[in-house]
Design a protein around this ligand. Structure first.
Ligand code: ATP
Ligand code: MG
Length: 744
């Protein structure tokens, strides 16, 4: 338990001291209409945690009063989540549907004392009669029905004599109550639907406000803990129990703040939309904040418990930073899991002066002395390293292998560059190196200085694995749904190479892949023939760092946290780019620091006067290509041609990326690619209008919301048009057209 007590535990302490209760009984009461998420985990931790701390009990109760949306698969997922988090419910799982008969009797009881009546207003009339915050409501004329008539109607509602919505049972409280919830709240409604447990027995179903308090009472709950949005329902909770004159001790309701996390969606309804749309692979997609998703991704229950403990129990809603959750995962795994080597983007390395083979003893837990466990790393003449860990034209602070700079192979020897082997088109296919026989890790007498140690695997013994890299599902802090999805949230690497012990010995399910992050053997798709690993979390919080980088001002831009002073020539170029050409500092910095890029940029600029678009293309696309090959298949002239087509509106920025990929592969001219693939941008309003009209017609709810002032939805409509046209629609024209049509 936390050192300082939260407000709930303080209340419970007092209630025990005063003798109000002998035993503390809480409950976790989810509706089985979706998979539980991290918000539910918070509620589970509170309710089960309190029961444990006070040696009481916590009931797991399925609040299954809406037959239309509920299902046993959700019940199973909820049970699974509670167990996975390490809690046990008392004796059996409870269901509100187990109490349907008793709840019905309580309702009859209320009718008999004239505290409930059958109303026959329409839904719309009920809403109108309720009044507003500043205006009293008006009671329905049906409230005057006699007790006999109400009893008769209610029985017939139960027996299925009426259609859905024809009648409704309401509490008779006060139509001018300041708390609008107390204006004759609804207690029972007619629903002709099959219930997943009760079958067709019932044609009436109790509402939350009626069922919840009574279920709590029947289970002997002492503290009924829920989230803040139920604050105004507390009066009904007490009214029902008081009016029925139920014996003490009775339960009381307490509210705490709902957990919200940025970059995350947490309503079951929205999660269901994601699942049904196919944008994610199911409720257990590792990118979802569901317990099933976390479990599949490799999060540990301990880290979730820690997170819930850290954020505490608050009385005011607030938003928690998702990096705090990621921190908890990292913090937990860092101490626990074995460290191994996996190469995600392999390039072959041939050690020219090494013959034979050897096995190197390497600790699984190099940073945790008390924990023991080692494996044998096979070492041989042919190995693979990460393509990125060699650079022919390194930037100043590059610490890995270069033609001049040796590097250590982790746990093994230091190697020095000898020669590059390239294919006919100039791509590097192999690096030849020499190793230093007296530099073995732990017994190094070579005196050679290196700046880093890199991961590697032996070519003959390594195993091929699939690695799934996950990124945040949403790019915006307050995502609303599908429209905010990050298109790059999943990257699958089919041919990563891993050291053999991981597969043969399987010392654990979770690993740190040195320098890459934490990974988990996928519990469903992993097989011996096709091992699959999910990335759990990165080693560091690169996200927050990235944001900081772009915020750093002026010449002091830091890339990867390392900034070297510029030489005179670079400085001159930087000033020209930033001041004369008006490039932003980051672009100017990237180009100025790289001789090859700046030459390329200036040459294309001499052909087309479009500095900003050219600079973007060179600093991003061209730079990325240069990292992967030594000889580009395209020229500055072709880049100028491509950018020319963006500038004159022939193609969109998005399509330009596609054309670039094609050009980088084939060396073909951009003009020819655009022509042969029919990629010309659609800017003609007469072609775009019908598409827009159709999208507007298909989304009446969003149109209505837009008209009510939710102007953010403009982006939704524009996005739909772009999607429909495969990115070919001219965004500017679409924007104008959509805005015009929506405001008509
Ligand atoms: P959702 O809006 O996501 O569907 P809900 O509140 O309708 O959630 P229930 O199944 O009724 O979901 O919730 C079960 C319990 O979990 C309730 O006590 C509820 O207050 C709690 N809970 C749900 N979401 C959160 C959250 N984000 N933070 C804390 N507790 C939550
Ligand atoms: Mg709900």
């Amino acid at each position: 338990m936390n050192e300082s007590k939260d407000f709930l535990r303080t209340i419970i302490d007092e209630d025990l001291k005063s003798g109000k209760y002998k035993e503390i009984i809480t409950r976790f009461p989810p509706e089985p209409n979706g998979f539980p998420h991290i918000g539910h985990a918070k509620s589970i931790c509170i309710n089960f945690g309190i029961a444990r701390d006070f040696e009481g009990q916590c009931n797991l109760r399925m609040d299954d009063t809406d037959p239309k949306k509920e299902d046993t698969k959700y019940v199973e997922a909820l049970k699974d989540a509670v167990k996975w988090l390490g809690f046990e419910w008392n004796t059996k799982v409870h269901f509100t549907s187990d109490y349907f008969s008793k709840l019905y009797d309580y309702a009859v009881e209320l009718i008999k004392i004239d505290k409930a009546y059958v109303d026959s207003l329409s839904e719309e009339e009920i809403r109108q009669y309720r009044g507003t915050v500043t205006q009293s409501g008006k009671r329905s004329k049906y409230a005057k029905r006699s007790v006999e008539e109400n009893l008769d109607l209610f029985a017939r509602m139960k027996n299925g004599e009426f259609k859905d919505g024809e009648h409704i049972l309401r509490a008779k409280i006060d139509m001018s109550a300041a708390n609008m919830k107390m204006r004759d709240p609804l207690l029972y409604r007619i629903r002709h639907a099959n219930h997943f447990r009760a079958g067709d027995k019932w044609c009436v179903y109790p509402m939350y406000d009626f069922a919840h308090c009574l279920s709590d009472y029947m289970e002997g709950v002492s503290h009924s803990i829920c989230t803040l949005e139920f604050e105004n329902n507390r009066d009904i909770y007490n009214w029902v129990l008081n009016t029925l004159k139920l014996e003490l001790p009775r339960p009381y309701q307490y509210e705490f703040a709902r957990l919200g996390i940025n970059y995350t969606i947490m309503s079951k309804r929205k999660l269901l939309e994601l699942v049904q749309s196919g944008e994610v692979s199911g409720w257990d997609d590792p990118r979802l904040p569901t317990i099933a998703g976390y479990k599949r991704r490799g999060y540990t229950p301990e880290s979730i418990l820690n997170f819930c403990d850290q954020i505490g129990i608050a009385k005011a809603n607030s938003m928690v930073d998702v990096s705090q959750l990621e921190f908890c995962i990292r913090d937990d795994l860092n101490k626990k899991v074995p460290r191994v080597m996996c190469v995600l983007d392999p390039i072959k390395v041939n050690i020219v002066n090494y013959d034979g083979c050897e096995k190197i003893d390497a600790s699984y837990y190099p940073h945790d002395v008390p924990k023991e466990g080692t494996r044998e790393l096979p070492f041989s003449k042919d190995i693979y390293i990460e393509r990125d860990d060699f650079n022919q034209n390194p930037p100043k602070d590059y610490f890995r292998l270069t033609p001049e700079q040796p590097v250590r192979l982790k746990h093994a020897y230091i190697i020095s560059f000898k020669e590059l082997i390239k294919d006919a088109s100039g791509n590097i296919i192999e690096i030849k190196v020499n190793y230093h026989s007296d530099s073995k890790s732990g017994v190094d007498t070579s005196g050679i200085k290196v700046k880093s140690a890199i991961q590697w695997v032996s070519a003959k013994e390594c195993k091929k694995v699939e690695v799934r890299l996950y990124n945040r599902l949403f790019l915006v802090e307050n995502p609303e749904g599908i429209k905010d999805i990050n298109p790059n949230s999943l990257q699958i690497i089919k041919n990563a190479l891993i050291e053999p012990a991981v597969i043969n010995e399987k010392p654990d399910e979770r690993f740190q892949f040195e320098r890459q992050g934490y990974f988990y053997a996928d519990p469903i798709d992993y097989t011996e023939q096709n091992p699959v690993f999910n990335k759990i979390v990165a080693l560091k919080d690169s996200w927050t760092k990235k944001v900081k980088t772009t915020k750093t001002k002026a010449n002091k831009i830091q890339i990867d946290g390392e900034a070297a002073p510029m030489n005179e020539e670079q400085n001159k170029a930087f000033n020209k780019y930033a001041n004369e050409l008006k490039l932003n500092n980051e672009l100017a910095n990237i180009l100025a620091r790289d001789e090859e890029l700046s030459h390329f940029f200036e040459e294309s600029l001499s052909l087309l006067n479009s500095p900003i678009t050219l600079a973007n293309m060179v600093a991003n696309e061209v730079a990325r290509e240069l990292k992967q090959t030594t000889k580009l298949k395209f020229t500055p002239k072709q880049i100028a041609e491509l950018v020319g087509m963006i500038d004159d509106g022939t193609i969109s920025n998005k399509i330009a990326k596609q054309v670039f990929e094609e050009m980088a592969k084939s060396g073909e001219n951009p003009n020819a690619i655009v022509e042969s693939k029919g990629l010309v941008q659609i800017s003609d309003p007469s072609k775009l209008s019908p598409i827009i009209d159709e999208i507007i017609a298909k989304n009446p709810t969003n149109v209505a919301k837009f008209k009510e002032g939710n102007t953010k939805l403009l982006g939704f409509f524009v996005g739909q048009v772009l999607k429909t046209t495969g990115g070919k629609a001219n965004p500017k024209v679409v924007n104008e057209l959509v805005a015009k049509k929506l405001n008509e």
